[in-house]
Design a protein around this ligand. Sequence first.
Ligand code: NAD
Ligand code: SER
Length: 317
Amino acid sequence: MDRILITGALGQLGTELVPALQEVYGTDQVIATDIHNGGQLSENTRFVVLDAMDAKTITQIVDREKITQIYHLAAILSARGEQNPHHAWELNMTSLLNILELCRNRSGIKLFWPSSIGVFGEDTPRFNTPQYTVMNPTTVYGISKLAGEKWCTYYYKKHKVDVRSIRYPGLIGYRSLPGGGTTDYAVDIYYKALEEERFNCFLAPETKLPMMYMPDAIRATLELMQAEESKIRVRSSYNVSGMSFSPAEVAASIQKHIPDFSISYQPDYRQGIANSWPDSIDESYARDDWGWRQAYDLDSMTADMLENLRPRLARAI
Ligand code: NAD
Ligand code: SER
């Protein structure tokens, strides 16, 4: 029987991944942890306040609960990372290394650790970015994710740690808010469209970035973790991307439902980060190895986001 530990479980991704894992493996088999306890997980969730850098307590939980899968989500994302680069590096690196070490010393633990499109840089091919290519990230977040990918490959090759990873693009969902990334505008825009019918974007209109709707991201994560070990050729991190769009394109998609919606643009320091990232991603390794196929495009995501957000915002008033 699989037993699951999740770090950073109250963030944008964890808030959606925890219920999905509970559904697959059973509520009692899933232990959600985060450094604070102010999240939106269901009441019956087994939750522990845990600093992801506290290797001793993580080891105690893993041994006591006979954990077989770890989803290590705790991290500082791209935009927030630039506010305090040393802290971002410390959390993103130390916590991963501690958990890789823990897995090395215990056989049979499968580890999921997310990487990001932040690993790419200005001299990376911008369109249909290949799985293997030039990677010179410009943010501390990207540097930590690239170093993390190298450590994952090292622990797989040297110590046979079954670590699996996805380079998520910007994630968009209606159940949770993002925590300080460059792609956060693509969630906020839906809230502002419904609340105020206008939005001031911190990226320029034509800035295209790879994005993914949360149901696709959750399904990709579960499918990768459930794939046979022999199918996983990439032990750094898989390119995946549901879609690519710019702020002007998502605004046009929203206007099909809310014709009076308007957008203005006031690019800030996040524009520089976005400019260093790809427009679109080649996900053929994920497709070939574990059968990855996206379900949502921009318009189907917009329709679903607005349909689900509208009643949630109405209830919050
Ligand atoms: P988030 O910022 O929303 O959540 C991160 C969580 O980590 C928060 O709940 C925070 O409280 C927690 N945390 C911070 N410091 C901690 C510590 N010391 N110990 C334990 N928990 C701590 O981030 P997210 O969007 O949920 O991202 C989850 C993972 O997915 C990250 O590794 C991120 O790099 C990766 N990722 C996310 C996206 C995206 O668009 N959301 C894209 C690419 C990769
Ligand atoms: N959405 C993330 C960010 O903007 C990409 O890793 O930081």
